[in-house]
Design a protein around this ligand. Structure first.
Ligand code: NAD
Length: 279
């Protein structure tokens, strides 16, 4: 009887609810983004890269873009991923990219920069750069992507999801030496809610994610730029009550969830993934 049960369960386990099949032991959730076209900015490393790989694993056709063509090379052989050099600070290039692509089902605005310092260390140039990369670039990608998204929804009922990269630093929590970073990431949340409110009845969802500290190449740069990197790393770890820093692969699943139809009722919200920083 027990043996029969296990044989039945093992056979059943190879069939998924969408009619596809897979070997026992593989990810039971694969196919959650089947049929979706996703554009990701800053996909060359860190969270953007992890999200590109996770979305492709879930069946999306992913356009992984980044200003750094060399970083993108490591992704170019991955099934489901096409790479594209894109500087999100270049309005003409953003417009050209969105003009060339079919309507997106998912836009993940991940590009951003962490300036280190209080208001006293923030020059007008620092302010301008951070707001341009962290906020204005999203305004431009969304403005260029939306008309085709709206048109696709009106004609076929295909809804679209925009996911914006915010941070715990900003309107959720004030952190030391994150003056312009926090100000710009707070603006991302305002931008996200505004877009969500304007297009909620026209098939567009817009949400933001707010990670705590994540182990990415730029975090290493930030740590190594400080006078005592060993102490700095300890301080970054201590910010999370879980006593550790996240891996990019721990942030990617929330992006996949917001990109997928599983989150169809969620819009205008901010999803923190922060190791308990905001308990
Ligand atoms: P990262 O900072 O290590 O890498 C950033 C990527 O952005 C690089 O591949 C770089 O080439 C690309 N990039 C830089 N300028 C660009 C431009 N003009 N156009 C297109 N691409 C450009 O990656 P990360 O640490 O995962 O950060 C990604 C996002 O996540 C940022 O918005 C960051 O603010 C946010 N974030 C990071 C953390 C963290 O602790 N790492 C926490 C919260 C939020």
């Amino acid at each position: 009887m027990v043996k029969w049960y296990y044989q039945f369960a093992a056979g059943f386990g190879r069939l998924n609810v969408f009619g596809g099949s897979y070997a026992a032991g593989e990810n039971d959730l694969s196919g959650r983004l089947e049929g979706k076209l996703a554009l990701i900015t800053a996909a060359g490393q860190g969270i953007g890269r992890a999200a590109a790989l996770a979305m492709a694993r879930e069946g999306a056709r992913v356009i992984a873009s980044d200003v750094n063509a060399t970083l993108l090379k490591a992704l170019s052989a991955t099934p489901g991923i096409e790479t594209r050099t894109l500087d999100v600070l270049d309005d003409a290039a953003v417009k050209r990219t969105l003009d060339e692509l079919p309507p997106l089902s998912v836009l993940f605005n991940c590009a951003g920069f962490v300036h280190n310092g209080s208001i006293l260390e923030c020059s007008p140039k620092d302010w301008e750069f951070s707001f341009n990369l962290n906020v204005r670039a999203m305004y431009m990608t969304i403005q260029c992507a939306l008309p085709k998204m709206l048109d696709a929804y009106a004609k076929t009922g295909a809804a679209a999801s925009i996911v914006n990269m915010a941070s715990v630093a900003g309107s959720i929590k004030g952190l030391p030496n994150r003056f312009v970073y926090g100000a710009s990431k707070a603006a991302v949340i305002g931008l996200t809610k505004a877009v969500a409110a304007d297009f909620v009845a026209r098939g567009i969802r817009c949400n933001a994610i707010a990670p705590g500290t994540v182990d990415t190449p730029s975090l290493h740069e930030r740590i190594n730029a400080l006078p005592d990197p060993v102490e700095a790393r300890k301080a970054f770890i201590a910010r999370q009550p879980m006593g550790r820093i996240a891996k990019p692969e721990e942030i990617a699943p929330i992006v996949v969830f917001l990109a997928s139809d599983e989150s169809a009722f969620a819009t205008g919200n901010v999803y923190s993934v922060d190791g308990g920083m905001t308990i």
